[in-house]
Write a protein that binds this ligand. Structure first.
Ligand code: MEV
Length: 423
């Protein structure tokens, strides 16, 4: 456990992470001296580059994931997200922190065929030729097979059109991309396989592309909290635990609430995905698609009171993140952040990310069903208000202290306080 981290200066925080062996001194220096991308990297990553757009990088503490202490890097613009994650993780620690399960870590590539004479017959042909398809696909990317990956299996889906007729045949290649995100690899494999299949089934290829509905990369994170731990001066812990269960049940019933409930989960998830250099749009798309798998958009998490009387949470999401390749290999801080998390495998990163999502959800619900989020939110927002009002480094603490005593804590009040201090 690392305590009072927030009270330390930035340099002291980095020193502490270095001393505890989470990052090397060299990597620690990068946080301070070189947080921006070099011009060459920035200019080559995207088109028409004109500048950089920094966001704060912070760390969530107290995470115990599969028995390992983890310092979690998060890139986020919203105050209170990191504090909420750390708080949720702290409450989950006494009963073992977060435990995760990953049955499989594969990506899905789609080959979509149209204009087929007989869709069912085409499906049968593809099923019959599964071994051949796998061989052709793997020949297109031998290096991934050498590293222990490659196409694992072929699945077929007949897609009906608006009038209920079988129209398209969609072939899924389920690909083990090892430690990579694998987008380019998948697309290369798909293109190499499409022409042979086309000849066998006499259809037109509409397109070939990976699917971001990554349900071959599902990760489950679970945690338990003793309701007694939730008791505060104002609230009974059992009451809070029961209301968290009820709030989650409600979020499964109402898509309007589900969207907000899930947004809280994605607050945590996107922040770590960004810090890891992965594609957060891909993760968002997959998560929301998975939340709609029962035909209606639902809450992503489940909370119940288990047989032991503890509040038990569970979150399952597609988490097809990588630790090599693409932007991850180019962004210097993405590598340092991997070091911070002390991960060696993409599956470890995925487990941490889903655990953060669950911690975030827990903290949000705990606040929402009791005192509301505004109290915690505002105390963190006050510093932003002071900065927004124009307070210099040397003035921030005084503006914050005075603003805390005001009834109305907004930008105008912050500006008035600053004017008074200066005059
Ligand atoms: C705010 O960014 C996230 C919450 O709205 C999540 C939720 O309502 O569960 C607090």
């Amino acid at each position: 456990m690392i305590s009072k981290f927030y009270q330390k200066s930035r340099q002291e925080r980095i020193n502490l992470l270095t001393e505890r062996g989470f990052v090397t001194a060299e990597a620690g220096k990068l946080f301070i001296e070189n947080p921006l991308l070099s011009e060459t990297i920035a200019d080559n990553m995207i088109e028409n580059q004109i500048s950089q757009f920094p966001l704060p990088l912070g760390v969530a503490l107290n995470f115990l994931v599969d028995g390992k202490d983890v310092v979690v890097p998060m890139v986020v613009e919203e105050p209170s997200v990191i504090a909420a994650s750390s708080n949720g993780a702290k409450l989950a620690r006494p009963l073992g922190g977060f435990k995760t399960e990953i049955k499989e870590r594969c990506m899905i590539g789609q080959l979509i065929f149209k204009d087929l004479v007989d869709v069912e017959e085409a499906k049968r042909v593809v099923q019959e030729k599964e071994a051949e398809i796998i061989e052709i696909a793997n020949l297109a990317y031998p290096s991934i097979v050498k590293r222990g990956g490659g196409v694992q299996r072929v699945e077929t889906r007949v897609i009906e059109n608006e009038t209920g007729e079988a129209e398209f045949l969609t072939i899924h290649l389920i690909i083990d991309v090892q430690e990579a995100m694998g987008a380019n690899m998948i697309n290369t494999i798909l293109e190499a396989t499409a022409s042979s299949i086309k000849e066998w089934i006499h259809g037109e290829i509409l397109m070939q592309i990976l699917s971001n509905y990554g349900d071959a990369s599902l990760v489950t994170a679970m945690c338990e909290v003793d309701p007694k731990q939730l008791t505060t001066a104002d609230y009974d812990g059992q009451w809070i635990a029961e209301r968290i269960v009820e709030a989650t049940r409600y979020a499964h019933l109402d898509p309007y609430r589900a969207a907000t409930h899930n947004k809280g989960i994605m607050n945590g998830i996107d922040s770590v995905v960004l810090a890891s250099g992965n594609d957060f749009r891909a993760i968002e798309a997959g998560a929301h698609a998975y939340a709609s798998r029962n035909g209606r958009y639902e809450a992503m998490s489940y909370w119940c009171i288990n047989e032991a009387g503890n509040l038990a949470g569970e979150l399952t999401l597609p988490m097809p993140v990588g630790i090599v390749g693409g932007a991850i290999s180019v962004l210097p801080l993405a590598k340092v952040n991997q070091q911070l998390m002390q991960i060696q495998y993409a599956t470890e990163l995925a487990s941490i990310i889903v655990s953060v999502g669950l911690a975030q959800n827990f903290s949000a619900l705990k606040a929402l069903v009791s005192e509301g989020i505004q109290k915690g939110h505002m105390s963190l927002q006050i510093k932003s208000l002071a900065i927004h009002a124009g307070a210099k480094e040397s003035e921030i603490d005084e503006v914050v202290a005075k603003l805390k005593q005001e009834k109305t804590q907004n930008l105008a009040t912050a500006q008035q306080i600053l004017d008074k201090i200066r005059n």
